[in-house]
Design a protein. Structure first.
Length: 276
C-alpha cells in the first residue's frame, strides 16, 4: 500500500479523490465503495488483485477525501466517467459494493463504451413490488421530514467525535465477524462521511439501470438471513431482465460479502474479471 498513488480530479466542479495501485501494463479496475465507506475500505481487495490489475479506488463525493456535492447515483456515475477520462484509463472493469454497486451499474449503463466487465456485490436492489407500498408519494418532502435523515445526521456528528480506540471498539461491537484489518479503514471512513450523503440512498429506477447494462456482469449474492439484500427471487428476476447478468452465491456472508467471506468472494471476482 505504501507505493500506491493518490490524487484528485475535478468532476462538475467537485473534487474527487482516488487511490491507485498503478501498473500501466495492467488492465484498469475501478472500485466503488458503499454508503459511509471510502476508497481505502477496498484495501484487502486491491492488495489481492493488484498483481493483475491497475486498481483505482474512488472516494465517492461526500465520502473520504472527496468534496461535497449532489449525491444521487447518476452524479457519482458521472464522476467515474470523469475519472476514466482524466486518468486516461480507456476501457475499465468495474466492481462496486452496496450503493457503490448501483453506481457502477449506472456507470456501465450510461457509458457502455467505457466498461468491459461489471461485478456487483449485493446491491441494494429489491423488486419494485416489495417496496412500492412503502415509497413516499413525494420523495423530496418525505426525505426532508424523514426521521432516518435526522438520525443519520446525529450519528455522523457523534462518530466524528470518537477517538481511535472508541471507533475500533464500535466496529468490533457492530461487526464482530469482520477481520481486524477491516476496522481501521471502516472507522476512518465513518468519521469522514458528510451528513449530506444520505441522499445517495434514493436509488431511482434501478431495474431500468440493470436492463441497460450491455457488458458481461456478475451479481454476487449472500445470505439474506445475515442481512444480505438481494434475495434469490430478485437475483432470478434480474437475470430475466438482462441475460448479461450471471449470479453467484457466497456462503457464510451477509451484505458485507467480502468482509465476511473474503476467500469465497475474491475467488469469484478474480475468476470473472480475468475471463475472456
Amino acid at each position: 500500500m505504501q507505493d500506491w498513488q493518490q490524487g484528485d480530479i475535478s468532476s462538475n466542479g467537485i473534487r474527487i479523490h482516488y487511490y491507485r495501485t498503478g501498473g500501466v501494463d495492467k488492465p484498469p479496475l475501478m472500485l466503488a465503495h458503499g454508503f459511509t465507506d471510502n476508497g481505502l475500505c477496498w484495501t484487502r481487495t486491491a492488495e489481492a488483485l493488484m498483481s493483475e490489475f491497475d486498481v483505482v479506488m474512488v472516494d465517492a463525493r461526500n465520502h473520504g477525501l472527496s468534496g461535497a456535492g449532489p449525491a444521487d447515483v447518476g452524479s457519482l456515475a458521472a464522476d467515474l466517467a470523469a475519472l476514466v477520462a482524466q486518468l486516461e484509463l480507456g476501457v475499465v472493469r468495474a466492481l462496486g459494493h452496496s450503493v457503490g454497486a448501483s453506481v457502477v451499474a449506472t456507470f456501465a449503463a450510461n457509458y457502455p463504451d467505457l466498461v468491459a466487465r461489471l461485478v456487483l456485490e449485493d446491491p441494494p436492489w429489491r423488486q419494485p413490488s416489495a417496496v412500492a407500498d412503502a415509497k413516499p408519494k413525494n420523495p423530496k418532502v418525505a426525505k426532508a421530514q424523514s426521521p432516518r435523515d435526522a438520525a443519520f445526521r446525529e450519528l455522523v456528528a457523534t462518530m466524528a467525535q470518537f477517538s481511535d480506540a472508541e471507533m475500533l471498539q464500535h466496529g468490533r461491537s457492530q461487526h464482530p465477524s469482520w477481520p481486524e484489518a477491516e476496522y481501521i479503514p471502516w472507522g476512518q471512513s465513518n468519521r469522514q462521511v458528510s451528513a449530506d450523503a444520505m441522499a445517495l440512498l434514493e436509488l431511482g429506477d434501478w431495474p431500468a439501470v440493470a436492463k441497460g447494462v450491455l457488458c458481461p456482469s456478475l451479481l454476487i449474492c449472500a445470505d439474506t438471513s445475515r442481512d444480505a439484500i438481494v434475495s434469490p427471487d430478485t437475483a432470478a428476476w434480474i437475470q430475466q431482465l438482462n441475460p448479461m447478468f450471471s449470479t453467484r452465491q457466497v456462503s457464510d456472508a451477509g451484505h458485507n460479502v467480502r468482509r465476511e467471506n473474503f476467500a469465497g468472494y475474491i475467488s469469484l471476482v478474480r475468476e470473472f474479471l480475468t475471463s475472456a
